[in-house]
Write a protein of this length. Structure first.
Length: 381
């Protein structure tokens, strides 16, 4: 009898223990069913909706260097890719014939100046002699014939030289000096200098070749400042204005630059129907090159204060937009209306309020009323 009672009590204890263990396992299973999620708090802040337009980079200033005179090239001092300073000599033409002409003209000027100096001396001598003979004539010490001869000599000397510059020698000097000045100006045209600081992008001639007036021998660009050219369509043009700051991404450099709209064409291109817009960017480090591809981001609409959530929080169903709002340890599926958006954020017009927590990771496992558990570190600001 005692053994039977003992067996009964032992069985009862095991049964109660098994029931307790089952209850704990059920609680653990329920806790493990909570979906881990990451959340973010809906906050108010500024937002701007943008449009992106593709464009190309061109130099702000490009100079095609052309000679004013023709001639044989004696020296090309620069090559493609070389940097030059304003006023630096870059090309020289053979000016040996012109230099010989200048030397001859200079000699002619010196000769005429010497003759002019001698004419001045002769004039002064003739004047002094005439005044002396005239004095003697007035005193009765010289004859009429002597006075007439002195006068004739003075007239000849005055014709060769006049203090007023009317003599033939003075005219010849002026003519020779004018010719010399013209030749020196022409000589300067045989040396080509860079008009700007920049880099040589094209070289079209070599020493020994003939240069022709009006035909470019070098191309030099100032790449310290570059322009990005884009074509804005009629539905975009009113979002842009001269002086406006825009973002410019250069694909080749992988960098984003702050650009300023320099000009907007008032008329559309008849073929593309777009308005040519030029945007200036600083290129002090000379990494941006002409011809590179650019993406210009233009702010279309802006708001200083809007209710914002990440785009990642939105779930689309049958054309409608929803978010999962965390309340306690469960989520509510809430339909929202959205407004402006940028690359990361979207404006919420209705459905939620500032301060509510919305799920941004784990939504694919959720439904209305699902229990959730916020991951450690899953609370985003």
């Amino acid at each position: 009898m005692f053994r039977t009672g003992l067996a009964f009590l032992l069985g009862l204890t095991l049964l109660v223990g098994a029931a307790g263990c089952g209850s704990k396992a059920k609680e653990t299973a329920t806790a493990s069913e909570a979906v881990p999620v990451e959340v973010v708090t809906a906050t108010e802040g500024p937002i701007s909706q943008t449009i992106t337009i593709a464009g190309k980079v061109v130099p702000k200033q490009e100079i095609a260097l052309v000679p004013k005179v023709g001639g044989k090239v004696s020296r090309v001092a620069v090559d493609i890719g070389q940097r030059v300073k304003a006023g630096q000599v870059v090309v020289e033409l053979d000016a040996s014939d012109l230099k010989a002409q200048i030397a001859a003209t200079e000699a002619a000027v010196r000769l005429q100046q010497s003759l002019q100096k001698q004419a001045e001396v002769n004039y002064q001598d003739a004047l002094n002699n005439y005044n002396r003979i005239k004095y003697l004539y007035d005193q009765g010490g010289a004859s009429q014939q002597q006075l007439d001869a002195a006068r004739a000599n003075l007239d000849r000397a005055q014709a060769a030289y006049s203090p007023a510059g009317g003599g033939s020698s003075a005219a010849q000097i002026q003519q020779a000096q004018a010719q010399l000045q013209a030749q020196r100006v022409q000589l300067a045209n045989f040396t080509l200098t860079s008009p700007i600081n920049g880099v040589v992008t094209a070289r079209n001639i070599d020493p020994g070749e003939m240069a022709s007036p009006g035909v470019p021998v070098l191309t030099i660009v100032d790449d310290s400042t570059m322009l990005v050219e884009v074509g804005l369509m009629e539905n975009q043009i009113n979002y842009a204005r001269p002086g406006q700051t825009v973002e410019v991404k250069i694909t080749a450099t992988g960098r984003t630059y702050q650009g300023v709209i320099q000009s907007i064409s008032p008329a559309a291109d008849p073929r593309s129907k777009s308005y040519l817009t030029r945007i200036e960017i600083n290129n002090a480090d000379e990494t941006v090159k002409g011809g590179m591809v650019a993406e210009v981001t233009l702010a279309a609409q802006e708001k200083d204060k809007a209710l914002l959530i990440p785009k990642a929080a939105i779930v689309e169903k049958l054309g409608a937009r929803y978010v999962y709002v965390v309340t306690g340890n469960k989520v509510d599926e809430v339909k929202i209306e959205t407004g402006l958006s940028d690359a990361e954020k979207v404006e919420v017009l209705s459905g939620i309020k500032a301060g509510q927590k919305v799920v941004i990771a784990g939504q694919n496992l959720l439904a209305d009323g699902t229990e959730v558990q916020i991951k450690a570190g899953g609370q985003k600001q």
